[in-house]
Design a protein around this ligand. Structure first.
Ligand code: TRP
Ligand code: ZN
Length: 523
């Protein structure tokens, strides 16, 4: 049993911290004597890596892609398929019932090019963002999401465009209409002090956050729009180039791979360029500035790892971070190949305590949490579940949190605990909590609640017990292979699980996901 330090979650009462703390308590504190760490009693079964081939162009992915400009691997289902409003006005949302204004209809973003300059003295962020998109509808006008900030200039295909602000909507009228299928480039020049928003159900600031050294971003679910004009919904993923200018004595990092860092000869700044080539949802983009050290390492299969630590906590973070290769090996065996070009953890001082976030290729881990191995495993697991396969609607969030929580259990199992006793402990916790949250439709307040994490994970365990280990892991690997790079719904998962297993699983999923009564412990 690994002792839990009470400082791990700080004094925060945020419910994510609570959910993770409970998960940790149940997953990590074996109290029944079986499977002490270091004395493996059970191991996940060896599995063949035959189901991990990704859908490629002409491949076998589901035929539901609505993406015209993204690589063919991207498969988007769900609200992004809604037609634009009549008259070529795009739409002010993608039809997400939890966040009606998030995302926009009528186009599909292929690439974001961010040119950012941040001054930690004044907190002023200056941005010039180029959005390459293709129209999925005739557009006389279209929207981006942006909350706050001063917009100075917008152009579409090099011509100045008219715009107006309406709450979180930036309504843009290009000088000439855009036709369905046409590719276009929007440039938005803006500046200001980003004002974080409050995350529903979490009560913490969300967006571009200042730290004692610089800044970081927490964008899930709707914080990106407080500092980045974007199609701020996971049903429209894209690749990103992130260029950040910051004071010379600081380091600027972002999701993706470092391309260059060039000191500006005219002033005391340096410009850092990061390239994130894999499809990414806006909520998963990390951009952080601080007194960082970047430490590189080679992971399993030659994967390039780079960890980023605030200098003052680097000595504490280095040892926990060095377990990443082993985490990658165990999760890779369970879920198939790691989906992106790089990975690492970002441990910046000033991150909100207790709140880790699975920012793509660079998970954010607060310094006080870096010792909590299940959380490191949890955020890594999100790279497959949440990041590579993203929720098509926010109500499908259990596809992220339930899966990442189950990954913690798989990790504990690989360390010798019995999955049955882990499941039993967590089932006891669920029985005690007697809540009326429905996993498939938790509502905003319970979006990141305990049930999403633990009952979500238990749903996967019930599936595993029902279909058996080999079909279960084949389901998970097929899920990533088919929907990786895009986004998907709960129904997509249920259909895929039934297809792969050949079983009718409607009742099982219904009992776990759509009801409040707690089904018996799967065994
Ligand atoms: N997805 C986070 C996790 O790993 C929890 C979370 C949701 C979060 N929204 C957040 C963390 C905003 C930080 C900020 O469980
Ligand atoms: Zn999570």
């Amino acid at each position: 049993m690994r002792p839990m330090r009470s400082s791990t979650f700080g004094a925060t009462a945020r419910c994510v911290a609570v959910a993770l703390a409970l998960t940790l308590a149940a997953a990590a504190c074996s109290d029944d004597g079986d499977g002490a760490a270091g004395e493996p009693t059970t191991k996940p079964p060896a599995r063949e890596a035959t189901t991990t081939t990704r859908a490629t162009s002409g491949g076998t992915g589901p035929p539901s892609s609505t993406s015209t400009s993204d690589p063919p691997r991207a498969t988007t289902t769900g609200p992004g398929t809604e037609p634009g409003a009549p008259g070529g006005m795009g739409t002010a949302g993608v039809g997400d019932e939890y966040f009606p204004e998030l995302g926009n209809g009528g186009y599909d973003v292929a690439h974001y090019d961010l040119d950012l300059a941040y001054d930690p003295e004044t907190d002023v962020l200056e941005g010039a963002v180029t959005i390459e998109a293709s129209a999925t509808d005739d557009l006389r006008r279209f929207n981006l999401d942006l909350l706050g900030m001063d917009v100075k200039l917008i152009s579409v295909d090099g011509r100045r465009a008219e715009f107006r602000r309406n709450g979180g909507e930036l309504v843009i009228t290009p000088s000439a209409p855009i036709e369905t299928g046409e590719e276009f480039a929007v440039v938005v020049e803006y500046e200001g002090v980003p004002e974080p928003s409050v995350i529903p159900g979490i009560e913490g600031d969300n967006g571009w956050l200042t730290t004692p050294e610089g800044s970081l971003t927490l964008n899930q679910p709707d914080g990106a729009r407080t500092w980045l004009p974007s199609n701020d919904h996971p049903s429209d993923k894209a690749s990103f180039t992130i260029r950040i200018t910051a004071p010379d004595d600081l380091v600027a990092v972002a999701s993706g791979v470092l391309v260059s860092s060039e000191p500006d000869p005219d002033d005391d700044t340096t410009t850092w360029v990061w390239e994130a080539r894999d499809q990414m949802a806006t909520y998963l983009l990390q951009v952080a500035i601080g007194d960082f050290v970047i430490e590189e390492e080679t992971g399993p299969g030659g994967l390039a790892l780079r960890h980023v630590f605030s200098r003052s906590v680097a000595d504490d973070a280095r040892a926990p971070a060095s377990a990443t290769s082993e985490h990658l090996r165990v999760l890779g065996e369970a879920f198939g190949p790691y989906p992106f070009e790089t990975y690492g953890i970002l441990v910046p001082i000033g991150a909100p305590p207790g709140l880790a976030l699975e920012t793509q290729t660079l998970s954010l881990i607060p310094p006080g949490t870096v010792d909590a191995e299940p959380i490191l495993v949890h955020e890594l697991a999100h790279q497959w579940f949440g990041d590579d396969v993203s929720p098509a609607r926010w109500r499908d969030i259990w596809l992220n949190e339930g899966f990442a929580t189950y990954a913690e259990w798989i990790w504990e199992e690989s360390q010798g605990q019995s999955i049955d006793s882990i499941a039993r402990r967590n089932h006891d916790l669920l029985a005690e909590s007697a809540s009326d949250v429905v996993v498939s439709d938790p509502g905003l307040d319970a979006l990141f609640g305990f049930e999403i994490y633990v009952r979500g994970a238990m749903t996967l365990h019930a599936l595993r017990v029902e279909v058996g280990d080999d079909p279960f892991f084949e389901i998970l690997q097929t899920w990533v292979a088919e929907f990786g790079g895009g986004s998907a719904t709960t129904d997509d998962f249920v259909r895929l699980a039934e297809r792969v297993s050949g079983e009718d699983l409607g009742d099982l999923f219904h009992a776990w996901l759509d009801e409040t009564d707690l089904p018996p412990l799967p065994r």
